[in-house]
Design a protein. Structure first.
Length: 94
């Protein structure tokens, strides 16, 4: 798998920067979080923007280097898939 580190944008003004060291910076709000690759998916240890600190976001890494939010893991470790119509995709811009 290629490195996922880089800058991503939703096209709606939400940018995130995935750092080589596993950190995340939210470009518009300055929030920080962490990420890792687990079972081929990108997992945010603390999801930015809409989720409480104790939930995780799971993103697929797409062939075009974009990432798509596909599931949420709650504080008890239960994974819930995000319906297609609510999935968010960030395009890699750098």
């Amino acid at each position: 798998m290629k490195s996922v580190a880089g800058t991503y944008d939703t096209g709606f003004g939400n940018r995130i920067v995935l750092l080589d060291n596993g950190g995340i910076e939210g470009d518009d709000r300055g929030e920080k979080a962490e990420w890792k690759i687990a079972d081929g998916d990108l997992v945010f240890q603390r999801m930015l923007y809409e989720l409480p600190n104790d939930q995780k976001g799971v993103c697929s890494v797409n062939k075009d280097d974009s990432i798509t939010l596909i599931a949420i893991i709650d504080e008890d470790g239960k994974r819930e898939e995000v319906p297609k119509e609510h999935q968010v995709t960030w395009k890699k811009i750098q």
